[in-house]
Ligand binder design. Structure first.
Ligand SMILES: Cc1cc2nc3c(=O)[nH]c(=O)nc-3n(C[C@H](O)[C@H](O)[C@H](O)COP(=O)(O)O)c2cc1C
Length: 336
């Protein structure tokens, strides 16, 4: 028996639940070819950032304004808006290239915190052939005068604006830092998301004691980081409609990790750090580990496995909630 790894995500039929999440790897056509060859189910392109689009529009306007009415010949030096190629155009060109080459679904990604004209890029991504869109809402709630309710309302407005711009499926990648996460997740779905990607990983700045500057250094994830999405997917899966997709991201590096994510209710298990560490071919090892475990435990398909350990399915649902807290503390025996 060989287990059937097919799954459905955002209404798309995927040959495997292993999805390469947004990273420089998925923006590289050669690496995408290797990911496909290794069996990946879909790829999420690296994000196009709101700041990149807004920044390039600002630069374009500034260079046009600076020259206005100065020297007639200077007009030649300024970019023609129709041919000006900035980050947004480059992104769309890369998306088209990868779409043409890939036989698995390609999900484009926008990273933003506010609504604005840049939302039009969602439309351009759809026009370039993206099979779905992932909106990464990466916000640090740093303004002491703003309430959680205000910031959450702004997020929902953003989701609704992107939803209104496209007809392709929309997933929203969220951080866990909301005061009442389950309720907010439900409202994100009500605002038009077809799926949730849990969780966005926040990169914490460090201090460099030599330069006395803030050091922004990216760390790849560790295995323990999967615990947070595992808990929340288990809690949310029974509460979200069956038609709402869930992707697990953070800390998935092995077949065992991916199986856990599916069992608590995810439709796909996303990977970045493990692929950056071990290369695109790692997908093959992960899938064969999954198949071996499924065969051994007599699971025929991902469909049979999915959600079998969600909060609604396990014998002790409170293990995902507060009751777990006391037992976890009491489980310390000094030997670890
Ligand atoms: C180098 C690097 C670049 C990334 N770029 C993006 C990005 O452009 N957009 C995004 O939504 N996530 C981005 N991520 C986050 C990953 O997609 C993923 O959600 C995160 O790394 C957690 O998954 P992992 O534990 O498998 O690494 C990036 C991560 C890394 C390490």
């Amino acid at each position: 028996m060989t287990a059937d790894l097919r799954t459905r995500y955002l209404g798309l039929e995927l040959r495997s639940p292993i999805v390469a999440s947004a990273s420089p790897l998925t923006g590289d056509p050669a690496a995408v070819a290797k990911l496909e060859e290794a069996g990946v189910g879909a790829i999420v392109l690296p994000s196009l950032f709101e700041e990149e689009i807004v920044g390039e529009e600002f630069e374009l306007n500034r260079s046009l304004d600076n020259g206005a009415g100065v020297f007639a010949e200077a007009l030649d030096y300024f970019p023609d808006p129709a041919t000006f190629s900035g980050a947004g155009d480059r992104y769309i060109a890369r998306l088209e290239q990868i779409e043409r080459q890939a036989s698995v679904p390609v999900i484009a990604s926008l990273n933003a915190t506010s609504t604005g004209g840049w939302v039009e890029y969602a439309k351009r991504m759809q026009g370039a052939g993206a099979d779905a869109l992932e909106l990464n809402v990466y916000r640090v709630a740093a303004d002491a005068s703003k309430s959680a309710a205000e910031l959450e309302a702004a997020d929902l407005e953003l989701v609704a604006a992107v939803r209104a711009a496209v007809t392709i499926p929309l997933a929203v990648k969220l951080s866990p830092y909301y005061t009442a996460f389950a309720g907010h997740a439900g409202r994100v779905v009500d605002s038009g998301a077809n799926g949730l990607v849990l969780f966005n990983r926040f990169y914490q700045p460090d201090l460099d004691l030599d330069s006395l500057e803030v050091a922004n250094k990216i760390e790849l994830s560790a295995a323990w980081e999967l615990r947070l999405p595992l808990r929340w997917i288990a809690i949310l899966r029974p509460q979200l409609g069956a038609g709402v997709s869930i992707a697990a991201t953070s800390g998935i590096s092995s077949g065992a990790d991916a199986l856990k994510a599916l069992m608590v209710g995810a439709d796909v298990a996303m990977m970045t750090s493990a692929l950056l560490r071990h290369g695109p071919g790692h997908v093959r090892a992960v899938e064969s580990e999954m198949r071996a475990w499924m065969d051994q435990h007599e699971y025929e398909s991902v469909a049979q496995l999915r959600g079998s350990a969600s909060r609604a399915a396990v014998a002790n649902p409170s293990a995902f909630e507060r009751a777990n807290y006391m037992q976890t503390l009491h489980s310390w025996n000094g030997s670890r």
